[in-house]
Structures are given as structure tokens and as C-alpha cells.
Design a protein around this ligand. Structure first.
Ligand code: LMR
Length: 320
């Protein structure tokens, strides 16, 4: 069987980390793409030289030419600029929308059969725009955010309860912004609903609310600490989990920014929802029962995404 081809559009900190993870897991041969000359080539060379030490066998190349992503099975898009301390993800909309246009055309012209995972912010709007610009089917274009947001929520809960992160199954819905919806009613500690577990551990509701708030602002917390750039290890590992689900036809249920039409009362929007990922791409959006409060929180979050889509249409008439 021919090796799989993984194209990484954007060779910054997330792109480099993605390449390292994909190589270590021998997911396939890797093309690092960037418009900055020398950068993807340099990273590809450096990463290739990890192979003999780490014992992986993957061909890693760097390129500034979209033709080199031809025939890719998976494309992971991190191109664009990250926010700086004090900025919101939404402040990146204008600049990153232009980047998504170039990337979408590059994908359309070179690997229209790929499964495309977008990480660029503001995520829910950028994945929508990337899908529009590339013209790929909706089930083959998805955004990475829910796996990351749920991982943050799980980490903070595990620290609070002093239990293994492996036993916390956290659940986050909605847009990848400060209005995202960590859903405690579907969050469990080894099957025990988190609110019951909190009582067992003597953790009060106020503390859980603080953890929910920290999760919502989790990306900004790291941007503030780094001072220059945003998180890259956890975003990269989250996207790799999604790529593996696709390549291995794993049918994993992962929270992702998927195209939702009809479910959750939504009509043609990319937003974070539990999604089955297998060989068909995003094969199914799972609709869960929500309380009235959860529904109204989700509405606030999806309204914020809708506003960004309107802004995209205002900036680029081909999207209107
Ligand atoms: C994150 O959540 O880490 C990313 O979306 C980057 C950011 O700007 O917060």
C-alpha cells in the first residue's frame, strides 16, 4: 500500500510540531508548506534528522509551492497569524481570511480529495471560509478546536480533583471563542457525572464555575504567558488525533467544528459539536439533549460565529 501523504500548510510552531508528531507516528510522508522561503525546508531538514535517533521512517520535505501538496490525503492548515496578548481571536479575521483564500485555492487545485483540518483563527469562521474557497464537500473540511478545549477542561478538572487526566471525559460545545460552552452535564470522571464527583470530593459549584471560565479563556491564558505567539503542543496533538481518526477509519466521536445543517437548530454553520470521524470524513454530527440554560449558552456562542460569517461576507464578496 502506498504511504499516506500529509500536507501541513503553515510551518510555524504548530506546523513544526504537527510534522514531528506525524513523523513519530509514521502516519505517512510529510510536506511542510509555507510562503516564507527557507523556513519549511529548514524545518523539514531538521525534523528528518530526528528519524535515525527516534527510529521513525517518514520522508519530510519543505516547500513554497502548492504543487508539492498534490495528492495529499490529509491537509492540516495552520497558516495565518496568531493573536498577541490583549487581542481576541476575532481580531485576526481580516488578515487570516485572505490567507484562507490562497490556501483554499491551493487545496482545490492540488488535492481536492483530501481531508482538511483547519486550525487557523478565528476558527469557526476560518473553517467555513476555507470550505467555501476550496469548494470541497462539507464532510471533508473540519475545524480543530473542541478536542483542544475539552482537553483543557479535562486537565483543569483532573488537577482540581487530583485524579488522572485519563479518567476525565470532558465535553465542550460551540464556537472556539470566549463564549464556548463547556458542558458539565456531559462531563464525567470515569463515568461519574462531574457534578456528583465534585460533591464526593467536596468541590463546590463556585470552583467548577471558575474552571469552566478558565477553560473558556484557556487559549488567551497561554497567549498572555508566551508573550509572542499562541499554544502549539496541544493544538497540534489534537489535530493529529483527528487525522488519525480519518486515516484509520476509527469512527471516533470527537468534538470538532463541523458543518451543522438542521441539528441544534442550526442551518449551514461550522461550530463545535460531537462528530463521528472515519474514512468518510465527518460522518455524523451527534445531537445531544441540552438543558434550557445550555441551549441558551450555545445560542450566544453560535450567534457570535454567525456575526463573524457576516463580517467575512462583507470583506470578500465571493463569500456573500
Ligand atoms: C488556542 O486556543 O490555543 C488557539 O485558538 C490560539 C489562541 O489564540 O488562543
Amino acid at each position: 500500500m502506498a504511504r499516506k501523504k500529509i500536507a501541513l500548510i503553515g510551518s510555524g510552531m504548530i506546523g513544526g510540531t504537527l510534522a514531528h508528531l506525524a513523523a513519530k507516528k509514521e502516519m505517512g510522508d510529510i510536506v511542510l508548506f509555507d510562503i516564507a522561503e527557507g523556513m519549511p525546508q529548514g524545518k523539514a531538514l531538521d525534523l528528518s534528522q530526528c528519524g535515525p535517533v527516534e527510529g521513525f521512517d517518514a520522508k519530510i520535505t519543505g516547500s513554497n509551492d502548492y504543487a508539492d501538496i498534490a495528492g495529499a490525503d490529509v491537509v492540516i492548515v495552520t497558516a495565518g497569524v496568531p493573536r498577541k496578548p490583549g487581542m481576541s481571536r476575532d481580531d485576526l479575521l481580516g488578515i487570516n481570511l485572505k490567507v484562507m483564500k490562497a490556501v483554499g485555492e491551493g487545496i482545490k487545485n492540488n488535492c481536492p480529495d483530501a481531508f482538511v483540518i483547519c486550525i487557523t483563527n478565528p476558527l469557526d469562521a476560518m473553517v467555513w471560509a476555507l470550505r467555501e474557497f476550496s469548494g470541497l464537500p462539507h464532510n471533508k473540511v473540519v475545524g480543530m478546536a473542541g478536542v483542544l478545549d475539552s482537553a483543557r477542561f479535562a486537565t483543569f478538572l483532573a488537577w482540581e480533583f487530583d485524579v488522572s487526566v485519563k479518567d476525565v471525559n470532558a465535553f465542550v460545545l460551540g464556537g472556539h471563542g470566549d463564549t464556548m460552552v463547556p458542558v458539565t452535564s456531559y462531563t464525567t470522571v470515569n463515568g461519574i457525572p462531574v457534578n456528583d464527583f465534585a460533591k464526593i470530593k467536596g468541590v463546590d459549584q463556585g470552583r467548577i464555575d471558575e474552571i469552566v471560565d478558565r477553560t473558556r479563556k484557556g487559549g488567551g491564558e497561554i497567549v498572555g504567558l508566551l508573550g509572542n505567539g499562541s499554544a502549539y503542543y496541544a493544538p497540534a496533538t489534537s489535530a493529529i488525533a483527528m487525522a488519525e481518526a480519518y486515516l484509520g477509519d476509527q469512527k471516533r466521536i470527537l468534538p470538532c467544528a463541523s458543518y451543522v445543517e438542521g441539528k441544534y437548530g442550526l442551518d449551514g454553520l461550522y461550530v463545535g459539536v460531537p462528530t463521528v470521524i472515519g474514512a468518510g470524513g465527518t460522518e455524523e454530527v451527534i445531537e445531544i439533549e441540552l438543558s434550557d440554560e445550555e441551549k441558551s449558552n450555545l445560542k450566544v456562542s453560535t450567534d457570535a460565529v454567525e456575526e463573524l460569517l457576516e463580517a467575512c461576507k462583507g470583506l470578500d464578496s465571493s463569500l456573500a
